[in-house]
Design a protein around this ligand. Structure first.
Ligand code: FAD
Length: 533
């Protein structure tokens, strides 16, 4: 069996694990990061896309609010390339209590959040589609954050400092000796090969799967509650600013503009299993109805795709009875020290938190590791920019179009919705070396616009076939598994124009390519949802 050695093993390649790998590598530790799938394929790749100003939590969860206020400023400084500075509005709709606005402002002042009340008419001038019945409005520094750029940049930074980033490597077991974790056995999910990683310290950043990981070291009862939320992408930017309802956090009360689309979300219910989070029709109906309160007519826009994610909410069974409602569990984070809690050394678990606070979470985690090792090394992530952020510019929606126009005559356009040219696609395929079109989607947003892959995916499959020298069966398998994955997100929202679009996509893939009878079809793992393409 192949063996690897590292000073630090990070389990989980979501935002928290990527930030922890970057932090530890910057402090000079030799790091290996493993994820059972691609980077950010867990909750981080299924979140709402909001860089919180903290406004959402100022009344209910002041500590979480303060953390967001501070981290919002830091992330804008260190990873501007992943952030679109949309700004945010909190608005009092006719269904909300106007007096909450006073508590909101008071909370903002206490948390140090620069919020400002503006006339409702001014808010409607900024965002004309917002409910004309709003009575109050407040501006806050919310923004949209691209998680794939974030995680890609942090892991590239870690790798530049010597870290090894092993995607598609699942932890099967933790090794223990003399009351401490000494590494892990992992399996390469693409080749089936198993390897042993000998590690001086293990950081468990596996989010909603954290309890499953520590059970491998015989540790029971750490309280990670999977809090499920759904989100729906609408087919264009209904707003250009993040728009929140000014009320206690509830369902469907935030609309986030993300690149060419806008996303309404979310819900918060306890899930039994983080890997089983289907979306029910009634959840879709309720979400669209909630969205109508913010933007009347929202349900007449085309719903492109629905998906769900699971919050790794922390509530230890040693810290009192569990909250009945997942919304009542704090959004702050906790480092679980298994030496103190369970007598198992050299293992720490990160639990809770937000994507907005991932840097701080990583700092707390690596600080705790340094303390346990008796090897204090200062954290540098507050000021150091990972690769791709050198010019200090925020992401601008128009940048891709500007770049595209410069090569309009010379380069073939593969994805019209997201303006992805052939050169960029080939570069991504070459550098990532993946067989999965879904991985390429995450890197470039390929197939994530209004046609949801209808026009670009068969082109991308052909290009992948040539670039990666896939054989016909591998290329077919990749296309089919992409279509299956898309289908899961599309079938619960099939009505109106989206139904027409899905029929068109179906004709393209069935009629032109006869995808259901491609050579490999039988070998593709059917998704949990209805098996159709
Ligand atoms: C619906 C919803 C909306 C949200 N919206 C926002 C928002 O707008 N803004 C915000 O700041 N926060 C938001 N959050 C919270 C935020 O998304 C999470 O806190 C954050 O993404 C968690 O990141 P993570 O790295 O801890 O977990 P994950 O991203 O889930 O990473 C854990 C990783 O561990 C891997 N893993 C699991 N088991 C194994 C194993 N055996 N071996 C190897 N790897 C393994 C998984 O594949 C996964 O990639 C939202 C959460 C939800 C659910």
């Amino acid at each position: 069996m192949t063996r690897l050695r590292a000073e630090v093993l990070v389990i989980g390649g979501g935002a928290t694990g990527a930030a922890a790998a970057w932090d530890a590598a910057l402090r000079g530790f030799d790091v290996v990061l493993v994820d059972r799938a691609d980077l950010a394929e867990g909750t981080s790749g299924r979140f709402h896309g909001l860089l919180h100003s903290g406004g959402r939590y100022v009344v209910k969860d002041p500590l979480a609010a303060e953390e967001c206020v501070a981290e919002n400023v830091i992330l804008r400084r260190i990873i501007p390339d992943a952030i679109e500075d949309t700004g945010g509005l909190f608005v009092t709709t006719p269904d909300d209590d106007p007096a909450y606005g006073d508590r909101f402002l008071e909370g903002c002042r206490a948390a140090g959040l620069p919020a400002q009340e503006i006339p409702a008419a001014e808010a409607l001038r900024i965002e004309p589609r917002v409910n004309p019945g709003i009575s109050r409005a407040f501006t806050v520094p919310d923004a949209a954050i691209d998680v794939w750029k974030t995680v890609g940049s942090l892991t590239a930074g870690a790798a530049a400092h010597g870290a090894r980033i092993l995607t598609y490597h699942r932890v099967l077991d933790l090794h223990t000796a003399d009351g401490a974790v000494t590494g892990a056995r992992v399996r390469n999910e693409l080749t089936g090969e198993e390897l042993d990683i000998e590690a001086g310290f293990t950081l468990n950043a596996s989010g909603a799967w954290a309890a499953e990981i520590v059970r491998m070291a015989g540790i029971e009862g750490i309280g990670v509650i999977p809090g499920k939320g759904i989100m729906i992408a609408m087919n264009h930017r209904l707003v250009n600013t993040v728009v929140n309802r000014c009320t206690m956090p509830s369902d469907g009360d935030i609309l986030v503009p993300i690149r060419t689309v806008s996303v309404i979300g979310t819900t918060d219910v306890r899930a039994a299993d983080p890997d089983e989070i289907p979306v029910a029709q009634h959840e879709v109906d309720a979400m669209l109805a909630d969205g109508e309160r913010l933007v009347p007519g929202l349900r007449h826009a085309r719903a492109l795709r629905v998906w769900a994610g699971v919050r790794p909410l922390f509530q230890d069974d040693r810290s009192g009875p569990a909250a009945a409602d997942t919304r009542d569990v704090s959004r702050t984070h906790a480092v679980v020290d298994h030496a103190e809690r369970d007598g198992v050394g050299r293992l720490l678990t990160m639990s809770g938190g937000k994507l907005t606070t991932m840097r701080l979470m990583a700092q707390d985690l690596v600080d705790a590791m340094c303390r346990q090792l008796g090897d204090e090394r200062p954290c540098r992530t507050e000021h150091e920019r990972p690769p791709g952020n050198d010019d200090g510019r925020y992401l601008h929606l128009g940048d891709r179009l500007r770049r595209r126009e410069a090569t309009l005559q010379d380069e073939q356009l593969i994805c019209e919705c997201e303006l992805i040219g052939r050169g960029r696609l080939e570069d991504a395929m070459r550098s990532h070396g993946t067989l999965h079109l879904d991985d390429v989607r995450r890197r470039l947003r390929l197939g994530m616009g209004p046609c949801q892959g209808g026009f670009c995916m068969y082109r991308a499959t052909g290009i992948m076939h040539a670039v990666d020298r896939l054989d016909g069966e591998q290329a077919s398998a990749s296309l089919l598994s992409f279509l299956q994955e898309r289908w899961k997100g599309v079938w619960p929202i099939l009505y109106g124009d989206q139904l027409r679009q899905a029929r068109l996509d179906d004709w393209i893939f069935q009629g032109l390519l006869d995808v259901e009878h491609l050579p490999e079809a039988a070998a593709v793992e059917p998704g949990a949802e209805p098996a159709a393409v």
